[in-house]
Structure formats: structure tokens, C-alpha cells
Design a protein around this ligand. Structure first.
Ligand code: PEP
Ligand code: MN
Length: 338
């Protein structure tokens, strides 16, 4: 349920609504808007009477939210979410590129990549210190040492860090180093992990599960929002289909329906979405045209020798070309580079 306040409602009126929500055993979520505040509530709202709120001073109306994902829905919050970070703003008016190697593999490679990206105006570096690999015999990531390297990249260059959290055990360590915490496709429905990042005070980039429907993806986002972390970025990274011409099928068609029902920023990962570096530029540009708010891409100084996902990783020269094209085209889609 959503309680919409009148534009002249006072702070005291808002607090009274918050208290009544709590008295019902529910969790209040205060959502300030351009002209008036709305207060969402989560929990088992089925038996709660709307009249309980509509009689309170300063309340315009109480509305039942019909979608199962409440806080993620536009019914609850119609304005697009804007996420402000030290390195840039993520939202409907901007286009943000996050780039870097699949894994943190050495300090030299990471520093080189961070310096290169910052030199081009790319303000977010991606790389996993903890890697979810299909085979237990594949490189599993550098772990805490990898986080230390990422921290160094940030200190040296000021670049924002995007890195994956795989399990609750390392949540505090990842939260300390990351500017954006990535939740991978295989963990999209790891509910303990989602609840844990709901407690974090850093934005969360939530990859779509490789077989998740839009509703399942938004319900996963709902776990994070319900925990009180409202800064969630959705990231489409390709789904499983019968196609055998690419690693995954990059579902750009999910962007307009997502935007229709949900206010969160949507990113696209054309690297995992195609699995082949030759196809990344076309799909990156298509993502911009389809309404994405940013990209997550794998880039490495020597992709052929990358520790993981070599086949889908761009070299610097190809990335340069693509980034120039994105920069040139973004204004045509109402976006400035961030
Ligand atoms: C990654 O970004 O390196 C990654 C492991 O992605 P995904 O979870 O989409 O496979
Ligand atoms: Mn990868």
C-alpha cells in the first residue's frame, strides 16, 4: 500500500503515518517526490484497512499497489530513480560505462586499466575479486588480495569500483572497497545474499538470472529495496535460449517492459550477453538505442591472455572506437555521458 500525502503535509503528518504503519507490524518507506511525499509500506498488507490512513491529517489518499514487487514498481514511485555517486550520476538523463577485466588478476593489469579508463573519461572500473566459475578447477579469483588491488586502483586514480559479492561472508569487505556491489546472475535468487545487500549502504548492480522472468528479476530487486537499500541498478546480461551462435541471448527486448513497470536504472552487459568480442560493439550500441542507462563491459590490455572470459573481452583500441561512438550517439537518445 502507498499513502500519498498532500503537498502541504507537515513533517509531523508524515511521522504520524510512519508510526501507524509500524503499529501494524509493517515497514514504512518514505519516498520524497518533487511536489509531495508518498509513504510506501511493505510486509503483509492484505488485512490492513486503507481507512486507517485516510483519516490522518495531511493524507491525500491510500492506494493499493497491485504488483507483487511493491517498492520496485512505478505504482509506488513513478519518477525514475537517480543514483548519485562521487564519480557520476546514474539515471534517466545519463549514460554510464563500467569497464574492466572479468577478474582482478594482477596489480599491474588493474592499475593499467584504471589509468587508461580514467584517461578516456570512464569513471567506473569493473573486475571480480571473487569469481563464480562453472568449474571448480577454473581460476576462482584473488579474493581479499583482489579487493586490496581494487582499493589501490581507487586510491591512485579516483576510479569507482564495481565488484561482485558472492556470499554473505565477505559482504563487509566488499562493501568497504566497492562503490557499486555486483550480484551475479547465478546469485540473483540467493535470498540471504539479497537481504544482506539490502543492509548495505552502497548501490547494488543486480544481474538478471540467466533464466529469470522479468517478474522474478524485479522480485529479487524488491528484496534489496525492502531491506532499505533503494539504490539498485538492474543489469541484463543475456538469458539461456536454444541459440547456439552466442554464449547467451542478450534480451534487449526486456528493457522497454522493465522501464514501463519499474523506476530503477537498467544497464546491459554485452560481453556476457554475446560471449564473443566481435559482437560486443553492435550490441552495446543497440543497448543505448533500446533505452539502457549504461553498460557493463569486459576490457583488458591483453585480452587473449586474460585470466577469464578472454573470448568476450575487448582490447583498448576496440574499446576506444566503441566508446567514441557511444559518446557521439548518447545525446540523440537524450543522454549525457556520466
Ligand atoms: C561477470 O560480470 O564477470 C560475471 C560473472 O557475470 P554474470 O554473473 O553475468 O555471469
Ligand atoms: Mn566475466
Amino acid at each position: 500500500m502507498l499513502v500519498v500525502m498532500q503537498s502541504r503535509a507537515t513533517e509531523q503528518d508524515i511521522q504520524r503515518v510512519v508510526e501507524v504503519i509500524r503499529s501494524q507490524g509493517l515497514v514504512p518507506h518514505v519516498l520524497p517526490g518533487a511536489t509531495r511525499t508518498a509513504i510506501g509500506m511493505t510486509g503483509n498488507t492484505g488485512a490492513v484497512d486503507k481507512a486507517l490512513f485516510e483519516v490522518l491529517p495531511g493524507v491525500e489518499e491510500a492506494i493499493r499497489v497491485t504488483k507483487p514487487y511493491k517498492l520496485a514498481s512505478r505504482e509506488m514511485k513513478c519518477d525514475d530513480t537517480v543514483i548519485r555517486l562521487a564519480q557520476g550520476t546514474i539515471g534517466p538523463a545519463t549514460f554510464t560505462v563500467i569497464a574492466g577485466p572479468c577478474s582482478v588478476e594482477s596489480e599491474t593489469t588493474m592499475l593499467r586499466t584504471a589509468e587508461y579508463l580514467m584517461g578516456r573519461g570512464v569513471k567506473f572500473l569493473r573486475a571480480g575479486a571473487f569469481k563464480p566459475r562453472t568449474s571448480p578447477y577454473s581460476f576462482q579469483g584473488m579474493g581479499l588480495e583482489g579487493l586490496r588491488i581494487l582499493q589501490k586502483c581507487r586510491e591512485r586514480t579516483g576510479i569507482g569500483i564495481v565488484t561482485e559479492l558472492m556470499d554473505t561472508e565477505y559482504a563487509a569487505a566488499v562493501e568497504e572497497v566497492a562503490d557499486i556491489i555486483q550480484i551475479g546472475t547465478r546469485n540473483m535468487q540467493n535470498f540471504s545474499l539479497l537481504k544482506r545487500v539490502g543492509q548495505c549502504r552502497k548501490p547494488v548492480l543486480l544481474k538478471r538470472g540467466m533464466s529469470a522472468t522479468l517478474e522474478e528479476w524485479l522480485m529479487a530487486a524488491e528484496y534489496v529495496l525492502a531491506g532499505g537499500n533503494y539504490d539498485v541498478i538492474l543489469c541484463e546480461r543475456g538469458v539461456r535460449t536454444f541459440s547456439d551462435h552466442s554464449r547467451n541471448t542478450l534480451d534487449l527486448g526486456v528493457i522497454p517492459p522493465t522501464k514501463a513497470v519499474c523506476h530503477l536504472p537498467v544497464f546491459v552487459d554485452p560481453s556476457h550477453g554475446t560471449g564473443k568480442r566481435a559482437y560486443v560493439p553492435a550490441m552495446a550500441l543497440a543497448a543505448l538505442a533500446a533505452g539502457a542507462d549504461g553498460l557493463l563491459m569486459e576490457v583488458h590490455p591483453d585480452p587473449d591472455h586474460a585470466a577469464s572470459d578472454s573470448a568476450q573481452t575487448l582490447d583498448f583500441a576496440t574499446f576506444d572506437q566503441l566508446f567514441s561512438r557511444i559518446t557521439a550517439l548518447a545525446p540523440a537518445f537524450g543522454k549525457t555521458m556520466s
